[in-house]
Design a protein around this ligand. Structure first.
Ligand SMILES: NC(=O)c1ccc[n+]([C@@H]2O[C@H](COP(=O)([O-])OP(=O)(O)OC[C@H]3O[C@@H](n4cnc5c(N)ncnc54)[C@H](O)[C@@H]3O)[C@@H](O)[C@H]2O)c1
Length: 281
């Protein structure tokens, strides 16, 4: 298990590529958008510089890490040599089903296919392939090089071998894997997204302004970041997609996304990545 292909080089894909390369894996980073690939390489270099400043890595670690990452705008070229794939493309079921059918066709027979999805059913994603036993959720947290957790999601047909391999792989990256069964939002987002949605409702209803809401949660609940700032960091489009999966998956109105979130996404206010969300960047 030396060669990993990461599909999607956005917020999560660049962090996943960075982390695997730092721990000695050969990484093919794939995105259909060439601009996203160039931006990802710049972000990885900046984040490695930050690690050098903190004294956690050396200049030579930075060079070796960057040297292990190759970029591809064609999925076929980027997955030829993959021992395993981490898919971190847009949070959209149709996109993921199409991608996994393609990955199944293009990857070697032994390749394990993982998805970094925040909420979409791993069982459903696996059903687009002829190897559902080798499909599993590997849910990294943002920012990937820093955050310790990997939520490992077992689909209906995921084999024990695949689970054991992904747990061991997570530990090789100095992460802490936690297993979860395959229900909408798994554990992390089933709990996090209703909190973020409620914070957006509080803003929408004029209970308090964004800064006040975040301050209450930071100073009152010892959260390192307020829910609205966290939503900006995650991406408001990603939050909306996850809430829609929870809403339709459980059929429970308590997960209905706040109309303010829906409007902000329609207006292109996606948070940090677009320069504006609940705050300006
Ligand atoms: N943003 C977060 O904090 C966070 C945290 C954990 C998990 N996730 C999950 O990670 C995944 C990626 O999220 P993100 O925030 O990095 O999204 P993003 O919008 O920042 O990046 C997605 C990238 O995927 C690329 N892409 C789309 N379709 C593709 C295809 N067919 N082939 C190759 N590349 C393709 C896009 O060009 C884009 O660069 C989603 O499933 C999301 O739910 C996100």
């Amino acid at each position: 298990m030396r060669h990993i292909s990461v599909i999607g080089s956005g917020t999560m894909g660049n962090g996943i590529a960075h982390t695997f390369a730092q721990f000695g894996f050969d990484v093919s980073l794939v995105d259909i958008n060439p601009d996203a690939l160039s931006k990802a390489l710049l972000t990885i270099a900046d984040n490695l510089d930050r690690q050098i400043k903190k004294g956690t890595i050396t200049d030579s670690d930075k060079l070796h890490t960057l040297g292990r990452i190759a970029t591809y705008s064609s999925v076929a070229d980027g997955v030829k040599a993959a021992d395993f794939v981490v898919e971190a493309a847009t949070e959209n079921e149709a996109v993921k089903l199409g991608l996994f059918a393609e990955l199944d066709r293009l990857c070697p027979a032994h390749t394990i296919l993982t998805s970094n999805t925040s909420s979409i059913s791993i069982t459903k994603i696996a059903s687009a392939t002829s190897r559902p036993d080798k499909v599993i959720g590997m849910h990294f947290m943002n920012p990937v090089p820093v955050m310790k957790l990997v939520e490992v999601i077992k689909g209906y047909a995921t084999s024990v071998d695949t689970i054991t391999t992904i747990i061991a792989l997570s530990k090789q990256l100095d992460k802490v894997p936690v297993e979860s069964n395959d229900y909408p939002g798994f554990v992390a987002n089933r709990i996090l997204m209703p909190m973020i949605n409620e914070a957006i409702y509080a803003l929408y209803e004029g209970v308090a302004d964004a800064e006040a809401i975040d301050t209450v949660m930071k100073l009152g609940m010892a959260h390192p970041m307020g829910p609205l700032q966290l939503a900006d960091f995650i991406g408001l489009d990603v939050c909306l997609s996850i809430l829609r999966v929870l809403h339709s998956g459980f059929g429970n109105p308590k997960y209905a996304p706040c109309p303010l979130l829906v409007n902000m996404v329609a207006a292109g206010k996606l948070g940090r990545k677009s320069g504006q969300g609940f705050y300006r960047y």
